[in-house]
Design a protein around this ligand. Sequence first.
Ligand code: XMP
Length: 326
Amino acid sequence: NWTMGNIIEEQVSAIREQVGTKRAICGLSGGVDSAVAAALVQKAIGDQLTCVYVDHGLMRKDETEQVEKDFVAATGVQLKVVDASERFLSALAGVSDPEEKRKIIGREFIRVFEQAQAEIIAEAGAAGEPVEFLVQGTLYPDIVESGGGTGTANIKSHHNVGGLPEDLEFKLIEPLRQLFKDEVRMVGAELGLPEEIVQRQPFPGPGLGIRIVGEVTRERLDLLREADAIAREELTAAGLDREIWQCPVVLLADVRSVGVQGDGRTYGHPIVLRPVSSEDAMTADWTRMPYDVLGRISTRITNEVKDVNRVVLDVTSKPPGTIEWE
Ligand code: XMP
């Protein structure tokens, strides 16, 4: 029988056997999956694990600080924070195609992990054991939707599956690859991770990079970050965090429409709100959320975020839409 307790036991002994005395790094994204994967591997190999948090500049407001604070406090794990925003933004310059963006982000993640690997080895000196393994919080749906499952077409390359470079030198540890999100949350709770981590809404590894339809630039990221923070603040204030699975906030950077503010014409960008309800992200429905909350979000975003003069609601289920726009 398939309980969270024996999933943990089974994985812990498999990971110990696989890693031996060598070392591993784990990319932390701030999301549930990587946090639970890290906690599981830490349980198995303790200090042989170093977590690496890559700040790719595509994070939401205050996210980096939160990971540093919450996760380390909860687990006591060794954490290395790498500021790589320059590197990601220059790799993404001029790129609008969603799959291309995903592949670039997947590749840059690995390059940063390789650099972290070299640093950890250097710090340990000649006697240190090599860092051979990379831990990823890949879930079953990520594999299926990246085309790795049986008989399923490639929908989009999840950054940690279809987005990996071909010359990957790490051996992968993916202890969650048979699980769905709700099971991952149960494993996390069983491992003693706090509610704020275990119940966090999903957020994709490629971050805001796949929520800007069009080229990703620093200015556009700043704008989207403001709009997203407002939407999240209002959804939380309205007590909707549990009812809504996640609510991507998307910037249509290449679209402009005419508006009016005071007695002047504006010519700005639309922001899309995409609140969805789901069990496992494989299918989803748009959330019938209260009009007054939508109204508050719209008023605040158009008042407070420069260059945004329209807020629209996405009322598409999955399928035919996906949850993210890219
Ligand atoms: P889609 O857009 O495919 O999203 O309906 C399904 C779920 O997966 C998340 N998502 C990702 N998560 N790396 C991730 O870690 C990715 O590349 C990625 N792409 C989508 C998305 O937010 C939703 O929860």
